[in-house]
Design a protein around this ligand. Structure first.
Ligand code: ZN
Length: 421
């Protein structure tokens, strides 16, 4: 038995509350305890409360059990803010190389079409990823895992989707599994075989390949918990997306979807129809789409980093979604093309400045709501007794500073299963 007591947080942002995703006013209720501490035992949270109370419990435990007393460590957080580790519910972690040339071309004002014609775009990442070995992909992604941890994120969702052949998609999912096993970051795998239409085939043929060959093996080898699809003009239309996701559902995978990013194509309604866990992007979703998501309790995953990095201003209607009672989630969309950031604090900043969410709403969307969207709301996303002791400590006194100071890392310490990393 080993115990750790974190003491004297200026604000312990616990997010304690109902055991379900938070909606409406609940998004603003962070359940903060001032001058607070956490008692952690064997990687799990045992108690949270005012520091003096935690110290009293600690002293009483030590008197009762001298052996246990030798295994207690206390850390003075020195009046800093502590939060549950961020949960990033939408990332594309595993790919080869980068898209620096696209980035520079975009900066010079070239369009997506021009960039694709010059050999850039998603296809360039697919080619590099196909050519990379499993070890190469692992080593490149491992560096990115450190970025997430350094930004205070302790759980991410990660998608395949840059392989687009059976063997290359399985390769990416195996790398995700290995990263989950061999690093401190918890990684929830999603199969995104229908991310783009490969150059060598048609959308219809690729959908057949995904359904008949990829999905059965992904399910059999238990390489993914979720299935995702890119539902958009030029990618996979509504009917093709419905086919892929329905086949995934039959194999007991849960569903997520890239929908309504570039056009309002009815993607949100499709995700509601299929009772998906989440509908992601939603930059173009209208009132009817929002109502459909509400009717099926689908969680919207908002990705302001991709709007920002593409130099667009077409942000999703977060306020309308909150007003409609949706359990909003905030994520980075980490990927080499449209959102090269692993920083949830950056997402918080964008949520407040561009989506007009309050700092408290953004934090709820980046922790407990994100955890529920990954089917882990009972284990992570809040600092409550019985949950995993994933804690991020920030060098500031007020939680609102996380979203306020941008481009500056305030992360002072990260604990995963009660161990500092
Ligand atoms: Zn994405």
């Amino acid at each position: 038995m080993s115990s750790l007591a974190l003491l004297h947080a200026s604000q312990l942002v616990t997010l304690a509350g109902p055991a379900r995703p938070r909606v409406g006013k609940e998004l603003s209720e962070l359940a903060i305890i001032r001058d607070a501490g956490i008692l952690i035992r064997d990687g799990k949270i045992e108690r949270v409360g005012p520091s003096d109370e935690i110290e009293r419990i600690l002293n009483a435990n030590c008197i009762q059990d001298l052996e246990a007393a030798r295994n207690v460590k206390t850390v003075d957080l020195g009046g800093r803010v502590a939060l549950p580790g961020f949960v990033d519910a939408h990332t594309h972690l595993v790919f080869a190389g980068n898209r620096l040339d696209d980035f520079e071309r975009r900066a010079r004002g070239e369009t997506y079409q021009q960039i694709a014609e010059a050999g850039g775009g998603i296809w360039s990442t697919v080619e590099k990823t196909r050519a990379a070995t499993e070890d190469e992909l692992f080593n490149q992604a491992k560096k990115r895992v450190d970025w997430f941890l350094k930004c205070g994120t302790t759980t991410i969702e990660a998608k395949s989707g840059y392989g687009l052949t059976l063997e290359d998609e399985l390769k990416i999912l195996r790398v995700i599994r290995r990263l989950n096993d061999e690093t401190k970051l918890e990684i929830v795998p999603t199969f995104l075989g229908a991310h783009a239409v490969p150059r060598e085939t048609s959308a219809a043929k690729h959908v057949d390949l995904v359904i008949n060959e990829m999905l059965p093996l992904v399910a059999k080898q238990k390489l993914a918990e979720f299935c995702d699809v890119f539902c958009e003009r030029g990618y996979f239309d509504l009917e093709q997306s419905r086919k892929v996701l329905t086949a995934a559902k039959m194999l007991r995978l849960k569903l997520r979807g890239h929908v309504d990013q570039l056009s309002n194509s009815g993607g949100a309604k499709l995700m509601a129809e299929l009772k998906a866990a989440t509908a992601d992007h939603l930059e173009k979703t209208d009132e009817q789409g929002i109502a459909a998501l509400k009717s099926a309790n689908v969680q919207p995953v908002l990705l302001p980093g991709s709007v920002y990095a593409l130099g667009s201003t077409s942000y999703p209607h977060a306020r309308a979604m909150i007003d409609a009672g949706l359990a909003v989630v905030l994520a980075t969309d980490f990927n080499p093309g449209s959102s090269p950031t692993a920083s949830m604090p950056m997402a918080l900043s964008l949520a407040c400045t561009q989506l007009k969410m309050s700092p408290a709403e953004a934090i709820t969307a980046a922790t407990i709501n994100a955890a529920h969207s990954l089917n882990r709301g009972d284990k992570i996303g809040s600092l409550e007794p019985g949950k995993t002791a994933n804690v991020a400590v920030f060098d500031c006194e007020d939680y609102r500073e996380l979203a306020y100071w941008f481009g500056i890392s305030q992360v002072q310490g990260v604990y995963v299963h009660g161990q500092q990393i």
